[in-house]
Design a protein around this ligand. Structure first.
Ligand SMILES: *Cc1c(COP(=O)(O)O)cnc(C)c1O
Length: 386
């Protein structure tokens, strides 16, 4: 089976992990600090907080920004459920802004319209979470301008976008956001097995997130109430979690970071090959934007179903029968039964729903060979024309 995504692990990755296993630290220690410094430097952010997953990073980013009961958080319906769940974890309400029919990222004009109505109703969001779908950066400058007008915070869900660039600068530099979150799940751009990171340029947010990832416990006398009882002393000053990353994971992450640009280059090369191989088929490939570089986490095609004698489902099954593990990113979040129970109704984001009805994610990862890709293109051509 050709998977839709896959990690690339080299001997140097393995050596880095084994070195940590032979060292004094297994849980969060010097390798985590080194990984944070490496990613922060690469992305151009001043602070980085490594955690056990991007889901954990989204959660503590929301909490650090003060999200709680009575607050609203808005995100895109075309994302993994974690981008919305993080608001619910905090007791806040979530809502969705429809996507652009060309980029499939949060539509800036839909956001502007929704903000205008929300302002009248007194229901403005505290935080907006744009998602860089497939690694294509959202229009952050425009979203940031709206945040100044309406007074909301921004968390970028850049789970797909490690190594992407926006207006010539790396995604993660937080030039247009309060916090930017990366995922290191194995299908993403670089991996730590499981893992995530929250980047920010704001020292206060960085410190809050650090506290929240480890039980809300401090060993800094400056942050304590009263005097320390002794050298063993610590205080819990907030309700935090155990969201720590291990040194084992961080060593893998630092080793992977040495190849992040190669991964993104190879993904872009494969994406351009798909563009050429599929150019005569009844489908539209991803549309890229000249002012940004996508990390090409996913290659999602939109089927022209009116020109094809098969349904989306039949096309999926035919490709899977030929050992091609196509996938679908994503089911609109508010279609899930849990969200329906919260009162969301089908039809609320027509662009996202139209996308879902025609989308197929083709395999894309650095280790995909040209020959495998040719096989996928041929199989797809046969299926679509049969
Ligand atoms: C993968 C993903 C997440 C969650 O990442 P984990 O590291 O698995 O918690 C969140 N948002 C998006 C858009 C993702 O693709």
């Amino acid at each position: 089976m050709i998977p839709y995504g896959r990690q690339e692990i080299t001997q140097s990755d393995i050596d880095a992990v084994v070195a940590v296993l032979k060292s004094d630290f297994l849980t969060q220690g010097p390798a985590v600090t080194h990984f944070e410094d490496t990613v922060a430097k690469y992305a151009g952010a001043s602070h980085a907080c490594a955690v056990s997953s991007a889901t954990a990073a989204l959660h503590i980013a929301c909490l650090a920004l003060g999200v709680g009961p009575g607050d609203m958080v808005w995100t895109s319906p075309l994302t993994f459920v974690a981008s919305a769940n993080c608001a619910l974890y905090c007791g806040a309400e979530v809502d969705f802004v429809d996507v652009s029919p060309s980029s499939f990222n949060m539509d800036v004009s839909a956001l502007a319209e929704k903000l205008k109505s929300a302002a009248i109703l007194g229901r403005l969001p505290k935080v907006v979470i744009p998602v860089h779908l497939s690694g294509r950066p959202c229009e952050m400058a425009e979203i940031h301008a709206l945040s100044l007008e309406y007074g909301f915070h921004i968390i970028e869900d850049a789970s797909h976008a490690v190594g992407a660039r926006y207006l010539g600068k790396p995604v993660g530099n937080c030039a247009y956001s309060d916090v930017c979150v990366f995922s290191f799940h194995p299908v993403k751009i670089i991996t730590t097995g499981e893992g995530g990171m929250a980047l920010t340029n704001q020292p206060v947010l960085a410190r809050r997130m650090e506290l929240l990832r480890s039980h809300g416990i401090t060993r800094d006398p400056q942050e304590m109430e009263g005097e320390p009882h002794g050298t063993w002393y610590y205080q819990q000053i907030a309700l935090g979690f155990n969201y720590r990353m291990t040194d084992i994971q961080a060593a893998l992450g630092t080793s992977q970071m040495t190849r992040v640009d190669n991964f993104v280059d190879r993904r872009n090369e494969l994406a351009r090959r798909y563009d050429a191989l599929l150019s005569n088929l009844p489908l539209t490939g991803p549309v890229e934007c000249s002012s940004s570089l996508s990390s090409r986490h996913l290659y999602v095609i939109q089927l022209h179903l009116e020109k094809i004698q098969k349904s989306q489902r039949q096309i999926f099954e035919a490709l899977r029968a030929q050992d091609i593990a196509v996938n679908l990113h994503y089911i609109p979040v508010y279609w899930h039964p849990y969200y329906e129970q919260l009162g969301f109704k089908k039809g609320m984001c027509p662009q996202a729903e139209a996308y879902y009805a025609r989308a197929v994610s083709l395999p894309l990862y650095p280790g995909l060979s040209d020959a495998q890709q040719d096989y996928i293109a041929e199989a797809l051509e046969k299926v679509l024309h049969a």
